[in-house]
Design a binder for this molecule. Sequence first.
Ligand SMILES: C[S@@+](CC[C@H](N)C(=O)[O-])C[C@H]1O[C@@H](n2cnc3c(N)ncnc32)[C@H](O)[C@@H]1O
Length: 225
Amino acid sequence: MIPVRIARGEREWPLSEIDLPLDLDRLVPGREAWEVELGVGKGAYLLRRAAEEVESVGLLGIEIVSKYYRLVRDRARKRGLTNVLLMRGEALYLISAVLPAGFAAAVHVYHPDPWPKSRHSKRRLFDVDSIDLVTGLLVAGGRLYFATDHPHYGEQVAEVLDSHPGLELRALPGPWPDGPRTNYEAKFVAAGKPILRYEAVRLAPGSLVHPAGVSGVVAATSPRD
Ligand SMILES: C[S@@+](CC[C@H](N)C(=O)[O-])C[C@H]1O[C@@H](n2cnc3c(N)ncnc32)[C@H](O)[C@@H]1O
């Protein structure tokens, strides 16, 4: 497994030096709200939002590829964005083992790898088995934003989100009001590719687990099975 690293401003820690679950308010004090982006790539959206909300919002970015992690870390440093907390590691591992639950006002996932071959589909950030981990980051009323240029994957994700009893899904018909959010999106828009965009609101606790997700399977399986 890729060793996890965490950076804020000039400071950087390996996971072994961090108390778990991660105490976000200790690492980045004074935030009124937190937002999370999974698979930040070159960090265009994370860094822009962090600059816009420097006094109030903490932006937590997760990226598995070291080259992109270093690039975004260095840009955040150069721009003095001390409200960015950046983590290098695998998103679902970090969500399940490192991050607290129910803290984010928004989770952003833009153009995640679609892994179109069925033997690779377990690597997807979004499917029925991982959706509860991802949406579990949200506070009640928090919003998940998702975009993809991959129609088949987009439709599958929309189906998973729509069939979740703890979410209210809305397809967003046009471009984002703030323009293309990420490098990939800017490229796809320039090439005239259609993009699917969704917003899902997390409803109040009570029915927050997908009936076909892992927890559902575990709950439905008798010990003899
Ligand atoms: C297709 S790129 C999109 C990057 C950016 N969101 C954009 O729209 O420009 C997908 C990004 O997610 C990262 N990624 C893929 N799987 C990941 C995972 N399991 N955990 C964390 N990051 C992941 C990749 O390294 C890559 O930077």
